[in-house]
Design a protein around this ligand. Structure first.
Ligand code: ADP
Ligand code: GLC
Length: 498
């Protein structure tokens, strides 16, 4: 008989630290995860708190109050002051905001007018250190869960800083990678911002080809590392074109590196309850979807009575998301029986090409470069298909949302897309979308042709929509997996510390 150790069953205190949290501060999927996972963990019995920067937008969206006095941290040679505010987040989860007017009292999260702030490394090293100090005093968690490069300094500082080390000795740390393309890679001179022993700027920790790499430091120093889908975990630890040079350190982590598929937040993304769409609908009564389609066409200025399939994208417009492939395939794509609506902002080269196509074919393609959550929901509800030709995709949340809205995903089989979407087979009636492997325009076009063939066969399409509707990627499975991993890491830490 296996007897669980006493530690396995205590009430676990978990602190989640991240640069985004929906609905208070959102730039992409990271925010959706931090907006949903803590509440779900709380439902599993953990005591969870979240720490985010006190951005202007977060203060405007969340009622907060000041707690404690002013605190101080050293960032390089400078003494920086901060204070702490707290508010109540989703499901009553406490949210702590690190208040520093110079770093966070700005209009943007990462930048403004398409330009990143030039002091990103310093802002987030400060945030990581301030969060470590505040959490050590206010929460004293059993496990700290840090997300993405912005807070990669935290798992390093709590082990490497002599003042923090003792306080954090019994706290386990988990670092989750949402995107390995952004590593917090910077000039080695920025190492001074961390105020830790010079030995940590070595190839075994933060040093990366003569530069400093915060994400590498976190992977080495965190007790556990995870990423947001099993397939991406395999891709980044085996293939340099996915691992961006960190595949070796990830492999060295062994069983302490895992892939846990994100969930979808069905409180926010559900056509039965969605406040942003023209008419709510359910799998049993899907008629509202065509009302949503007409309303969407009207809003964006596409012909309302078109019989063509409406294909949507809601995405950062970058090479990661497959926009180089899309623009290469664009003429051929628009020669098919589709209309295309794209919501997203990003690289000027792609945006300009798409805007030119819109000028040339205003009845066939619409692009909006706003950040517009309303329109994001309306595209999910109003389209027939949802396109994600990503070059790489750590998880991808929008394909999961599309399924819930009965909108068939057309995706490249990579990362989380490979873990959530399977090719529809009209003979067996299985599958929930259309999938291609090779990153080539011809593959994209061939896949879109297969989708259109099914679209023209109404019974087959209805079967496909039914398969989409029943797909269940709710957060409960992911939260249970995180809880198991947390327990494992806390037990390991306890053994190490005792
Ligand atoms: P990533 O995090 O890589 O950008 P995800 O699919 O994980 O991709 O999540 C993207 C999130 O950001 C989704 O909630 C999507 O609806 C939202 N989103 C992306 N671009 C926009 C935009 N221009 N306006 C509104 N929401 C957007
Ligand atoms: C990143 C990834 C995306 C993932 C999201 C949330 O932004 O690009 O694939 O869904 O994080 O984990």
């Amino acid at each position: 008989m296996r007897i669980a150790s006493a530690r396995t069953w205590f009430i676990m205190k978990v602190a989640v630290v991240a640069a985004e949290m929906a609905p208070y501060a959102k730039a992409g999927g990271l925010a959706d995860v931090i907006g949903a996972l803590p509440a779900e963990l709380q439902g599993c019995g953990a005591l969870v708190s979240v720490v985010i920067p006190g951005y202007k937008c977060a203060l405007a969206a969340l009622r907060t109050e000041n707690i404690g006095g002013e605190q101080r941290v050293m960032i390089g040679e400078r003494l920086e002051h901060f204070s702490l505010r707290t508010g109540i987040g989703p499901a009553g989860v406490p949210v702590f905001l690190i208040m520093h007017d110079g770093y966070f009292g700005r209009d943007g999260i990462y930048g403004e007018h398409g330009q990143d702030y030039s002091d990103s490394i310093e802002r987030f090293v400060f945030f990581s250190r301030a969060a470590a100090l505040a959490l050590g005093e206010v929460v004293k968690p059993d496990l700290v869960h840090a997300h993405d490069w912005h807070v990669a300094a935290l798992p390093v500082l709590i082990r490497a800083d002599s003042a923090l080390r003792m306080q954090w000795d019994r706290t386990a740390s988990l670092f989750t990678i949402h995107n390995l393309a952004f590593q917090g890679l910077t000039d080695a001179r920025d190492f001074r911002l961390l105020n830790i022993d010079r030995s940590y700027l070595s190839v075994g920790c933060l040093e990366f080809f003569g530069r400093m790499n915060l994400m590498k430091g976190a992977i080495v120093m965190a007790d556990g590392v995870s990423t947001v889908s099993p397939t991406y975990a395999r891709e980044v630890s085996s293939d340099p074109s996915y691992g961006f040079g960190l595949e070796g350190v990830l492999r060295e982590k062994g069983s302490r590196f895992v892939g846990i598929l994100n969930g979808a937040d069905y409180h926010e993304w559900n056509p039965a309850t969605d406040q942003h769409i023209a008419q709510r609908y359910t799998p049993d009564q899907p008629a509202g979807k065509s009302v949503c389609a007409r309303a969407l066409r009207q809003r964006i200025g596409l012909p309302i009575d078109s019989k063509r399939a409406l294909v949507g994208m809601v995405s950062r417009i970058t090479a990661q998301k497959g926009f180089d492939l899309l623009v290469d395939a664009l003429d051929e794509l628009l020669a098919l029986d589709i209309d295309l609506v794209i919501l997203g902002n990003g690289e000027a080269e792609f945006v300009t090409r798409l805007q030119r196509a819109q000028q040339e074919k205003p009845d066939r393609i619409r692009i909006s470069t706003a950040f517009d959550n309303d329109l994001a929901h309306q595209i999910q509800a109003g389209c027939d298909m949802f396109l994600m030709p990503s070059r790489f995709e750590p998880c991808g949340l929008t394909q999961m949302y599309a399924l819930k809205y009965g909108t068939a995903p057309v995706v490249r089989a990579t990362g989380g897309l490979a873990d959530t979407i399977t090719e529809f087979d009209s003979v067996s009636g299985s599958g929930n979308g259309f999938v291609f492997e090779a990153y080539q325009p011809a593959e994209l076009i061939a896949t879109m042709r297969r989708a259109l063939q099914t679209f023209s066969d109404r019974p087959a399409w209805e079967r496909l929509m039914a398969n989409c509707f029943v797909a269940d990627f709710s957060w409960s499975a992911a939260a249970a997996r995180y809880m198991d991993f947390y327990r494992q890491l806390i037990d390991q830490r306890a053994r190490h510390a005792s």
